[in-house]
Design a protein around this ligand. Structure first.
Ligand SMILES: C[S@@+](CC[C@H](N)C(=O)[O-])C[C@H]1O[C@@H](n2cnc3c(N)ncnc32)[C@H](O)[C@@H]1O
Length: 403
């Protein structure tokens, strides 16, 4: 039988198995195409918003990507893949396995293996993950256009919803280490549209059953009005949004300070407020590290990594690491234990680093850190600035730590 006939047979068996509901999955393997790190694709039939779809799980070396297609489009895509870059493809049905294999000398073979399986096709979409923020019955998720009124997450909001949950998951772990009952006041600096502020309030009040006051600080008045409106319609009575800058926000009590993607030095202003208020936990996801980058570009200092930083992208990453490294040192100076880690896959956003400061137990600001350790930290900051040609760092300057 010709190659073409084998391909056609495979495709028609695939289409028949799907329409007669005996299709279990298709596995496309031995990938020989150009897409870096792609290994396999697994395809299952799923039901999404009452419509049958084919869900493609693209398996890369270090990550998985899911894409859903209407049935006809999915079949066309599989047909394309099996004819080209995937050299071994297996169709699993409740009755048999059909194996299409590209052999040597460009021959394509087709084999069938009967199976007696008790497995029945299931249309459940990806196993429902345990999410801390459930999508159903949440007015704020509806108003922020994450879900519809039935609690279905919109297709174009899936990433945002996943991000919110991942972020709450991380916070939930960090919060567990705080002294019991010690989350009276949370401030979200540069709260924007409030996605994370609402989710955190929801988690603190409805999951942990705390009665925490949560405030978002934001200089865009339109966003502040929008968020206060949503807080009111959600009946989140201890949540408010205030219009103004982080720098000007007067506060002396904060237990948990968060700032997600507050631009450039706004992250420093937020950390400054958190330390000043003796916050137990400071969690920031910095973005656009312009201040330090400008300093580095201005001085054009020659050092051991100049061969790297002549490339714009490496300069950007270097500025990012140095800025956040210096922030971590300042936090340590004031008695915080620090962690720096990725909080979401860089497939979703490159701004994915969290800098966390956790107050060492029983420590008051600037107490608990020995004078010698403080001197060591200041020396490290000085050395780092000299090495990278940095005149000053905004956070260091706010605390007048320059020497
Ligand atoms: C990139 S958005 C992030 C919003 C939100 N934190 C999030 O992660 O979805 C940054 C927000 O911070 C606000 N912002 C930046 N600098 C600020 C400052 N110095 N004071 C108050 N708000 C600021 C901006 O208006 C913007 O809404």
């Amino acid at each position: 039988m010709s190659n073409q006939l084998h391909l056609q047979q495979f495709q028609s068996q695939l289409a028949d198995s799907i329409s007669s509901n005996v299709f279990l999955k298709a596995s496309l393997g031995n990938y020989q195409g150009n897409e870096k790190e792609l290994k396999n694709i697994y395809v299952r039939k799923v039901k999404i918003k009452r419509a049958d779809m084919l869900s493609f799980n693209y398996r890369y070396k270090t990550r998985d990507i899911f894409k859903n297609f209407p049935i006809a489009e999915g079949i066309t895509l599989i047909s394309h893949f099996v004819s080209n870059d995937f050299k071994v493809c297996t169709l699993f049905t409740t009755e048999k396995e059909v194996i299409l294999e590209h052999g040597k000398k460009q021959q394509i073979s087709l084999r069938e293996k009967l199976v007696s399986t008790a497995v029945q096709p299931t249309l459940a979409h990806n196993k429902e993950k345990k999410r801390l923020i459930k999508p159903v019955g949440k007015a704020y998720l509806q108003e922020l256009k994450i879900t519809d009124h039935e609690g279905n997450v919109f297709k174009n909001a899936q990433d945002k919803y996943r991000q919110i949950n991942q972020y709450i998951e991380i916070l939930s772990t960090l919060i567990k280490d705080l002294p019991a009952g010690k989350i009276n006041k949370v401030v979200d600096m540069g709260s924007g549209k409030g996605y994370l502020t609402f989710a955190l309030y929801d988690y603190l009040h409805n999951v942990l059953k705390l009665s925490t006051q949560v405030t978002g600080v934001e200089f865009r008045e339109d966003l502040v009005n929008l968020c206060n409106g949503i807080a009111a319609s959600s009946e989140f009575k201890q949540l408010d949004f205030v219009q103004g800058t982080i720098e000007a926000y007067a506060v002396d009590e904060i237990d948990l300070l968060i700032a997600l993607h507050a631009c450039d030095t706004a992250t420093d202003d937020a950390i400054f407020k958190g330390i000043k208020a003796n916050a137990e936990l400071i969690v920031v996801a910095p973005c656009c590290h312009k201040q330090i980058r400008r300093e580095m570009e201005k001085s054009k200092v020659k050092n051991g990594v100049s061969f790297l930083t002549k490339y714009g992208i490496f300069m950007e990453r270097q500025a990012e690491m140095v800025t956040d490294g210096l922030r971590a040192l300042v936090l340590e100076y004031f008695g915080y234990k620090t962690k720096v880690f990725e909080f979401i896959s860089d497939a979703h956003t490159p701004k994915n680093v969290l800098v966390v400061g956790i107050k060492s137990k029983g420590t008051k600001v600037a107490d608990g850190v020995s004078e010698s350790r403080k001197a060591e930290i200041l020396e490290k900051i000085k050395e780092t600035k000299a090495y990278f040609g940095i005149g000053y760092h905004h956070l260091e300057r706010l605390f007048a730590l320059e020497n």
